[in-house]
Design a protein around this ligand. Sequence first.
Ligand code: 13P
Length: 260
Amino acid sequence: MKQSVKMIVGNWKMNGLTADLGEARALTESLSDAPASCRVALCPAATLVAQMAWALKGQGVEIGGQDCHAEPKGAFTGSISAAMLVDAGARLVILGHSERRQGLGETDSLVAAKFETAVAAGLEPIVCVGETLTQRETGQAVPLVTAQVLGSLPDAAASHAFAVAYEPVWAIGTGLTPTVAQIAEVHEAIRSALVQRLGPAGTRVPILYGGSVTPANAGEILQVAEVGGALVGGASLKAASFLAIVRAAEPARVAADAQG
Ligand code: 13P
């Protein structure tokens, strides 16, 4: 999987007002001078999805939501449906982020239900998995993440485009990152789980790494076997730092760095 086009996705989380669309525009201005040779996406808060999709239309940056409801529509005050995201211009949706699993009690089976609703509406899910520090320290990282992958994908996942993002909870927003060997171990376990769950289709699913990715560490992380891209939080909020991560993911750069 190492040779395939990388996918760099920014997750703005609960950040960003209309004024911050300037950062997204600055990103596309730089990319129009030198187009990215990897997939680039931004996932703003729901309030900005339509405006960002409109502002960036046709400029090579895909737009995603950060969550959607498991039901296609109905009396769910405050929630956003998959069809609403598509209507607003989104192509992708992050599902099962640890900030939702931990803070809002989202379970693997709820994530799998959201996956089915999202793909039915035409969205490409990015399914997040990852262990807590305690789970890592007690040797549970690989079994836990494997179980999350197996449980968070519906049976029909094999016939849909989607990505998995490995985001160790302890690495999110902390400046801490796993070692390259730890990332490789978990990504290989995720690949095995995907093949176990989906058969040959499991070999083609991009597996992103997320958690304190910065311009300084992106090159090294993106070299790791089975790392198909990055899901970037804080460093995606500013065009300059996100662009540097996008550039680190471009094939020529990845190949050159691999040769040392
Ligand atoms: P940070 O890059 O800010 O650590 O966030 C990672 C993340 O949670 C992306 O979904």
